[in-house]
Design a protein around this ligand. Sequence first.
Ligand SMILES: *[C@@H]1O[C@H](CO)[C@@H](O)[C@H](O)[C@H]1NC(C)=O
Ligand SMILES: *[C@@H]1O[C@H](CO)[C@@H](O)[C@H](O)[C@H]1NC(C)=O
Ligand SMILES: *[C@@H]1O[C@H](CO)[C@@H](O)[C@H](O)[C@H]1NC(C)=O
Ligand SMILES: *[C@@H]1O[C@H](CO)[C@@H](O)[C@H](O)[C@H]1NC(C)=O
Ligand SMILES: *[C@@H]1O[C@H](CO)[C@@H](O)[C@H](O)[C@H]1NC(C)=O
Length: 617
Amino acid sequence: MSTFALLFLYTLGISVVLADHNKEESRPSEAPRLSVEPKPPEEPASQKSEPCSKRCTCHHDDYTLELNVYCSTRNFTQVPSDIPASTRSLWLDANLFTTIPAGSFEKLTNLEFLNLQSGLLVTVDGHAFKGLHSLAHMHLERNNIRSLPGITFQGTSNLASLSLNNNQMSRIDEKLFAGLSHMWLLNLGWNLLSVLPETAFQDLHGLRELVLAGNRLAYLQPQLFQGLTELKELDLTGNYLKVIKANVFLKLPKLQKLYLAQNQIVTVAPRAFVGMKSLRWFDLSRNRLSILHDDTFLGLHSLHVLRLSNNSISSLRPGTFRDLQYLEELCLSHNQIRALGVRVFEGLGHLEVLNLEHNRLQEARMGTFMGLNHLAVIKLTGSCFQSLPDQVFKGLSKLHSIHLDRSCLAKVSTQSFIGLTGLRRLFLQHNNISVVERQSFVELQGLQQLDLRFNQLSSITSHTFYGLRNLDYLLLSGNLLRHLPAEALLPLQHLSWLDLSGNKMESILNATIYMLPRLRYLNLKDNALINLPGSIPETLDQLWLSGNNWKCDCSAKPFRDFVLRKPHVVPLQVEMLGDGDDTHTLVTIYNNITCTSPLSVSGLDLRNTVSEHFQYC
Ligand SMILES: *[C@@H]1O[C@H](CO)[C@@H](O)[C@H](O)[C@H]1NC(C)=O
Ligand SMILES: *[C@@H]1O[C@H](CO)[C@@H](O)[C@H](O)[C@H]1NC(C)=O
Ligand SMILES: *[C@@H]1O[C@H](CO)[C@@H](O)[C@H](O)[C@H]1NC(C)=O
Ligand SMILES: *[C@@H]1O[C@H](CO)[C@@H](O)[C@H](O)[C@H]1NC(C)=O
Ligand SMILES: *[C@@H]1O[C@H](CO)[C@@H](O)[C@H](O)[C@H]1NC(C)=O
């Protein structure tokens, strides 16, 4: 069964999963940031007046008249002293020196780009960068720097980007960034910072992006971000923050993205984000929030994405999100919300994706989702509804996917999915559904995929699928079905994919499969089938049959002829790419047609029986 699940995901999953609204915009964690980086040399050293540094490669750009010097990975144990004075860009990354003495680059008054990353640097003299008046971009990331003297960047007042991430810095001198008013990117991520001087960033009036992720910050002083009026992106992911006070983020009118995920935030002061008029993306997931006040998100009028997953939120108050009229994605998965009252999602008129997975929701009611006029995807996986409240999705006319798998459902009732004429995908797998009331799906004219795998269905009648005239995929594996009356599938004139594996099917009628003019895929694995119908539609291009009790007597002859004539439709085995984390493993899926009777061929694959066995048929 699990191998089949792989097959299913492989063949079907791609189109199904990707089509969902799944707005991903995860950060490129600690990748080097955008900065103007000249291209590596195509050919070494054109002859110019100044000789190149002895063990380096020089490249003179004839258009820009710029000299680039490449000294990466040369095993330098000290900074070379013969770098040409006219150098514009210097690569000194991944060498072996542990320190930069005073005046190391003194002559390089034209230098604009300096790359010192991925080396063994521990200390940098306060005067190391003296004379670099033109320097705009400096890479010091991925070294072992513990701290930098306060005067380090005093002579480099034109710095625009500075990367200090992935070092061992445990403190920042309060004067370190003084006067750097041209800086627009500062990356201090993945160091050991537990506190920052309150005035550390006060001169960085032009800063657009500040990365402080992966440190040990437990507290943010009220003044810390006060002068950063141009800041667009602030990353505080993975620190030790516990409390967000009301006055920390107030004066960041241009901030568009704020990352606070993976901290230990227990409380957020009411109105803490009230001045953030431009905020579009806000990640508060993986914290310890248990309560959201009804004015927690006040004033976030531009917010598009709000992530609150993996907290301990136990209830939502009406109106909590009322200011978020442009929100498109709200993620509340992996919390402890048990009940949803009315009006909790009030105001979210532009919401497209609502993720409430893994909350063990037990209660919702008609009206809970009212007003979500643009909602396209609702994820309720891992809830525990005994039965779905009547008309709970009423009015969600734009809804195209409902995820209700693993939700303790015991039945589907006539009122559950009323009015959802635009719904395309309905996921009901891994519930305990034994009853589907008559015409429960009658209004789902647009439904393309219905997943009812792993439930307790023991019968299907002509009313069960009534109305599903556009259904393409019907997944019924892992139920208790013994028979499938031909008329049960009559409404499904569009069906191309039918999975009945893992049931208790004893027979399949000729009429049943001929009823479906578009059927291409039929899975009958692991049932109790003895015979197949005398003929199989020519339209079929995959037929799965292993795990049954095939009776290989004369009645099986047409079936054997078909299998031998169309081995690609009934392949003996297929190699599939496994799904999931180890995507590159091949999985073999068998499709044996093992005869159980008569005795003379018992244990043989039908394909391997000799023709003489059928000579008197
Ligand atoms: C640097 O040292 C390593 C190890 O001794 C050696 O393999 C490598 O070739 C050296 N690289 C250069 C450019 O000398
Ligand atoms: C949330 O927690 C669950 C369960 O511990 C985990 O599987 C999931 O990856 C987490 N999600 C995020 C975004 O951290
Ligand atoms: C599933 O439903 C059956 C009745 O149809 C019930 O006996 C059983 O306890 C239910 N199982 C679960 C896990 O809810
Ligand atoms: C099965 O049904 C089709 C369509 O009604 C018919 O053409 C075919 O002869 C039938 N085959 C058998 C063996 O009854
Ligand atoms: C199916 O057949 C292959 C050989 O083709 C055999 O190795 C495998 O054990 C068989 N599987 C089952 C379930 O009979």
